[in-house]
Design a protein around this ligand. Structure first.
Ligand code: NAD
Ligand code: UFG
Length: 338
């Protein structure tokens, strides 16, 4: 019987791109998502790209009985766990919601996996677990010290999963720390669907580009960086998707917990990013420099040697390509999947 990979949060931004990568590599996929921050319209888009409609079950991961039943119904051999809430600001306002959803979902999933004897898991962590006191680049050993409840939820989950694998040597767990995912599938059929006014830089710029928002506010140009604006490690979502496949293959042969940064290893400033978008779309982005955003770290970029050495994975897409693909998606779908 064919084995399945369960993808939690598989209708979301990074999950949907990874589902495409898995299906193109011959994996059978079951998606579970409660659609809190995604649309089931993504499923037919995935079918358009891959030629196959993935199995989809609408459920909240915290409903352990429902999740256990999914494991009983499908011969699942591995899990990619994307499901979670990710808005940093909202997590500061409502920390209990974030701890309940992100940690509650993960505990429920672990329990369902244990009762079904499935023990291969890849978890979506974040560069936000690193302490801002460290100078970049961040390698996987860098001191951790998240500064908001969202980041703390990732930090706690990493610890929980590490303890699970310590207690039972059958577990193979991958912790993937993403830097700043942007871009979209080159077909423009799937991409990020932010609800309301976007918090993140690229989704915001794209809405300025389609004239849904008037102008970009650049949060500070007085940082100690070459052009004064903050530096981040932007990574193409399709490269991230490939990184998940590489991690899954690695875990098929080993036990224990393994952690990898997924980034490009290169930092780009806000102003450089704006320039790259302008080149991609062929028109200027109206902008205004305003004060710094509270909590922003001046420079963040990854040390990517571990993923390169152990997973033979490297991000391949340039910043221009990321901007072009993101724009292509935004232009074709100005209202997301609506
Ligand atoms: P997303 O919001 O597009 O996808 C997450 C999905 O999880 C959504 O479809 C949502 O409906 C679903 N979900 C949330 N809670 C659920 C629950 N209790 N039960 C079932 N489904 C639930 O986000 P994304 O950008 O694709 O991020 C995927 C993962 O990667 C998240 O865990 C996020 O924290 C992590 N991550 C994202 C970024 C980023 O910048 N996008 C950076 C680092 C880490
Ligand atoms: N920025 C602006 N204007 C905007 C939005 C952002 O100037 O309208 C600037 C920010 O100040 C920052 C840079 O653009 O300097 C990038 O900001 P994002 O909000 O796009 O990304 P962050 O690096 O702040 O945060 C992201 C995710 C977090 C994750 C973190 C580390 O949003 O969830 O990366 O992985 F935790």
């Amino acid at each position: 019987m064919e084995k399945f990979t369960l993808v939690t949060g598989g209708t979301g931004y990074i999950g949907s791109h990874t589902v495409v990568a898995l299906m193109e590599a011959g994996y059978q996929v079951v998606i579970v998502d409660n659609l809190e921050n995604s649309s089931d319209k993504v499923l037919s888009r995935i079918e358009s790209i891959t030629g196959t409609l993935p199995v989809f079950i609408r459920a909240d991961l915290r409903e352990t009985t429902t999740i256990t039943k999914i494991f009983e119904e499908y011969p699942i051999s591995s899990v990619l766990h994307f499901a979670g809430l990710k808005a940093v600001g909202e997590s500061v306002e409502n920390p209990a919601k974030y701890y309940d959803n992100n940690i509650g979902s993960t505990l429920s999933l672990i329990n369902a996996m244990k009762s079904s004897i499935v023990s291969t898991l890849v978890f979506s962590s974040s560069a936000t677990v690193y302490s801002p006191s460290k100078e970049p680049p961040f390698d996987e050993e860098a001191t951790r010290g998240p500064t908001n409840p969202y980041g703390m939820s990732k930090y706690f989950i990493e610890q929980i999963l590490t303890d699970v694998a310590l207690a039972d040597e059958n577990w193979s767990i991958g912790l993937l720390r993403y830097f700043n995912p942007i871009g979209a599938h080159p077909t423009g059929l799937i991409g990020e669907m932010p609800t309301g006014i976007p918090n993140n830089l690229v989704p915001y710029i794209m809405q300025v580009a389609v004239e849904k928002l008037e102008k970009l506010y650049i949060f500070g140009d007085d940082y100690e960086t070459p052009d004064g604006s903050c530096i981040r490690d932007y990574v193409h979502v399709v490269d991230l998707a490939r990184g998940h496949l590489a991690a899954l293959r690695f875990l098929e042969g080993v036990n224990g917990t393994h952690v990898w940064n997924l980034g490009t290893g290169k930092g780009s400033s806000v102003l450089e990013l704006v320039k790259a978008v302008e080149e991609a779309i062929g028109k200027p982005i109206p902008r205004e420099v305003v004060g710094r955003r509270e909590g922003d770290i001046p420079v963040v970029f990854a040390d990517v040697e571990k993923a390169s050495n152990e997973l033979t994975w490297r991000a391949e897409n340039t910043l221009t390509r990321m901007c072009l693909d993101h724009w292509n998606w935004q232009r074709q779908n100005p209202d997301g999947y609506q």
